[in-house]
Design a protein around this ligand. Structure first.
Ligand code: 26M
Length: 826
């Protein structure tokens, strides 16, 4: 068989062209003499996938033969972004493909644009999962990601009359050349039904029967590492109807009814929930969670059993990381299988589960913490609810033992929140069922210990760790900013293949932060990127923006805690100030600016939607005020997504990360922006704190209340303080209300609330310090060499924020796993 295989595709021009043209003819069944850019994209993608499959197969075979310890990353979201350039760069054939395609009349860059953006995630959490996959493959960690293959990813955002309108993202409509459908990898997943319990020599076991059964089918996407032959896997599950179980209904003559039942099964993996900060408690969401967790756990067990006949080594061979509590039910599913199906004693089953799982928390916002009603769980997953109660019983016994008489602690720590509608606190459950828990930035992890997980930190000291987030420099420097990547390679005299996997070597750039030649080239790269963004803005909004202005960017999900609202209040202030200043004084007083804000609002989040409308209304007014001209332009960047980010971030000169201290767990775009030479204006929140530590506070514009001051202000609000709106802020509120920006009545509720003690996110507290920081921005931009020095220092000292560093820490401190390098094929 080996000889039959046309093994290992060459990287010479002819081999590449032959493989592409073959796919045009045999896979696409199109004429090899005429195919458009889309056809060329598809055929190239298949040709690249062939290469990935070769190393994918070798990698998995090698891991199995060597019985390698594996890491499984479970996440309801993977926000991968486009795959073609990433794959070409990682396997180091971007140039050969460019040449090969050029020769037959295609521009590779144009083909990149043909790819849909696979957007199976909301924002930071999903994108983090994608960066982690890239780093794990690059670091040669035996890893698989597991998640859901949604038919509809995050909605597409349109803007109509200034309002957000959502439309479905049916990303599979033109097929997906990157995935491999696994007809043979399927599992049955049960919902509802009932449990029969029996006593098995002192152990209570259950038999779960009845209810509905659906099939989980696997779809694999190869995840190539950078500069390695290793290729990992992302396995996504799709729900399908189960054939065996509906014969009865068909035979009873209810044909339509039976088909309807089948469609219900497919519905489970139809759509990604578009929330990123509030928990809805919807049954379908719980179904999605259990569906993918059950299939995943069975798949992991099946793989383990291929090479092991006892359970003794399960936790030594498998580590499962939970990306937030969304996949938390996976630990209960493992426990259930071990007890009810594998017939292990409770203690052994518990030990295996406990030593296998670890959990990452991504937020301290109470409204985002998952709590599932016991009624809902009991109905959908009756045996799991039994086990959760049992776990809670044993756990609370331990708490009582440890803190005798401390009843309030017992109720605080209970996995069940009491009340009319009892609820399972999924974060607490995840802590109890995991060997390690981590936050995502130093400040965030400290806050976890002091606030929501305080009791747990006291009872299990050392269990809560920090793992500061990172981003992959392959996508977030090299792919999105080729000009900068080349400048870096030229300057530090290293191939990109070297520094991209050892990002702290960027420190060498520090020596050039005042070097004239270097600065000249740096400025050229930035202005090329600004031109690229200018074109993008024109194309997507119709708005003309100048390039000789400061590009000021804020792109992230729209949320009150992130304070896009404060940003737009300042824009209004700046506008009013320009208007008050006589024409001849304006040029010396104001640096020309283009303020760009982008991001999606959860469809049910009224205040976030009102903020979008306000931004658009303000933009409309200012951009059409001839009197202001090019001194100030405001743009709402529609449909912010990974591919847009790759255009926007490299063009930014200033980027805003201005959340209320203590609310943004980490932030990851802050890291992408500094790597691309944008200066941060920001608060001491999330990873900004560590960025300041690395690059020096003097290279950022830091302002605003610290966590303790936020606490104090909130107490004052609570106690009736209302004197916090100064005259300059009052003017801005008045301008909004008086109709200067048209009908923005949707924002009036927020204004009223903020004025009347509802300023929970401290906009008014931080507003004046923010103005001062903004003045400093203008002043610094006027001293352009200084500005460049600050941005270059930022790039030079951004090395810590490579997700390679993050993953190395997870490997050492949590998973205890090391690299397994696949030998290069000969
Ligand atoms: C919950 C329930 C129902 C439906 C959806 C959700 C949900 C989905 C995503 C809740 C939260 C979700 O994501 C939160 C998130 O993106 N958190 C961000 O994680 C980043 C990576 O750690 C951090 O950098 C950000 O600070 C944090 O906000």
């Amino acid at each position: 068989l080996w000889e039959l295989m046309n093994s290992y595709i060459g990287s010479d021009k002819r081999s590449i062209q032959r493989s592409i043209v073959n796919h045009v003819e045999y896979t696409l069944a199109r004429s090899r003499f005429s195919f458009d850019d889309f056809g060329a994209y598809q055929a190239s993608a298949f040709s690249i996938r062939d290469r990935l499959i070769e190393s994918w197969n070798d990698t998995n075979e090698y891991f199995t033969t060597n019985d390698s310890k594996r890491v499984y990353y479970l996440s309801l979201e993977f926000l991968l972004g486009r795959l073609m350039q990433n794959a070409l760069v990682n396997i180091d054939v971007e140039e050969p493909y460019k040449d090969a395609l050029m020769d037959i009349g295609y521009k590779l860059e144009n083909l990149y644009e043909e790819e849909v953006d696979p957007a199976l995630g909301n924002g930071g959490l999903g994108r983090l999962a994608a960066c982690f996959l890239d780093s794990m493959a690059t670091l040669e960690i035996p890893n698989w990601g597991y998640g859901i293959r949604y038919d509809y990813g995050i909605f597409k955002q349109g803007i109509v009359d200034g309002y957000q309108v959502e439309s479905p993202d049916y990303w599979l409509s033109h097929g997906n050349p990157w995935e491999i459908e696994r007809q043979d990898v399927t599992y049955h997943v049960r919902f509802y039904g009932h449990v029969k319990k029996y006593n098995d020599g002192g152990v209570e076991r259950g038999v779960w029967e009845g209810g509905d059964v659906v099939v989980a089918q696997a779809y694999d996407t190869p995840i190539p590492g950078f500069n390695t032959f290793n290729c990992n896997n992302l396995r996504l599950w799709r729900s399908r109807p189960c054939n065996e179980f509906d014969f009865k209904q068909f035979n009873a003559g209810d044909y339509h009814g039976a088909i309807g039942e089948r469609q219900k099964a497919e519905y489970i993996t139809s759509v990604l929930y578009p929330n990123d900060s509030s928990e809805g408690g919807k049954e379908l969401r719980l179904k999605q969670q259990y569906f993918f967790c059950s299939a995943t756990i069975r798949d992991i067990i099946r793989r383990y059993k291929k090479t092991h006949s006892t359970w003794n080594f399960f936790h030594e061979k498998n580590q499962i990381q939970l990306n937030d509590t969304h996949p938390a039910i996976a630990s209960i599913e493992l426990l259930r299988i071990l007890i009810d199906e594998e017939k292990l004693p409770w203690d052994q089953a518990w030990g295996i589960m406990y030593k296998t799982f670890a959990y990452t928390n991504h937020t301290v916002l109470p409204e985002a913490l998952e709590k599932w009603s016991t009624k809902l769980i009991g109905n959908l997953l009756p045996r799991h609810l039994d086990l959760i109660y049992l776990i809670n019983f044993f756990f609370l016994e331990k708490v009582k033992q440890r803190y005798p008489g401390d009843n309030s602690r017992v109720s605080r720590m209970s996995l069940i929140e009491e009340g009319d509608d009892k609820k399972v606190r999924m974060a607490f459950l995840s802590i109890v069922c995991s060997h390690t828990v981590n936050g995502v930035a130093a400040l965030h992890s400290e806050l976890l210990k002091k606030t929501i997980f305080k009791d747990f930190d006291e009872m299990f000291p050392g269990k809560l760790q920090n793992k500061t987030n990172g981003v992959t420099p392959r996508r977030w420097i090299h792919c999105c900013n080729p000009g900068l990547s080349k400048l870096i390679s030229d300057t530090i005299m290293e191939e990109h293949t070297t520094w991209l996997t050892n990002l702290t070597s960027l420190r060498e750039l520090s020596a050039y932060s005042q070097d004239e030649d270097f600065i000249k080239r740096f400025v050229q790269v930035k202005s090329d990127n600004k031109l690229r963004l200018q074109k993008w803005v024109k194309e997507h909004t119709g708005i003309d923006i100048p390039t000789n202005a400061l590009y000021d960017v804020m792109v992230k999900r729209i949320h009150e805690y992130k304070r896009q609202f404060m940003n737009i209040l300042y824009v209004i202030h700046r506008y009013l100030q320009i208007k008050e200043t006589p024409q001849h004084e304006r040029a010396s007083k104001f640096v020309p600016r283009v303020v760009m804000i982008g991001g999606k609002a959860a469809p049910g989040y009224a205040n976030a939607k009102a903020i979008i409308k306000l931004i658009n209304s303000v933009a409309q007014k200012i951009n059409n005020d001839r009197d202001v001209g090019e001194l100030l332009k405001v743009v709402f960047l529609p449909n912010y997504c990974v591919s847009a980010a790759q255009i926007i971030i490299p063009a930014a000169e200033l980027s805003q990360h201005i959340s209320t201290a203590g609310t943004e767990a980490s932030g990851t775009s802050n890291m992408k922006f500094i790597m691309n030479g944008s200066i941060i204006i920001g608060t001491m929140d999330g990873a900004n704190v560590e960025i300041a530590e690395e690059i020096g506070a003097e290279n950022m514009f830091i302002f605003g209340a610290l966590v303790p001051e936020v606490d104090t202000f909130r107490k004052q609000l609570h106690d009736g303080r209302r004197d916090y709106i100064g005259s300059r802020l009052r003017k801005v509120f008045d301008a909004i209300r008086s109709g200067t920006f048209g009908d923005v009545s949707t924002i009036h509720g927020m204004l009223y609330s903020i004025e009347n003690g509802g300023d929970y996110y401290c906009v008014c507290l931080d507003y004046y310090p923010y103005l001062t920081a903004q003045e400093k921005v203008d002043e610094t931009y006027r001293d352009y060499p200084k500005w460049c020095k600050m941005s270059i220092e930022g790039i030079a000292k951004s090395g810590k924020f490579s997700s390679d560093r993050t993953i190395q820490e997870y490997c050492m401190d949590i998973w205890k796993v090391s690299a397994v390098s696949i030998p290069k094929p000969t």
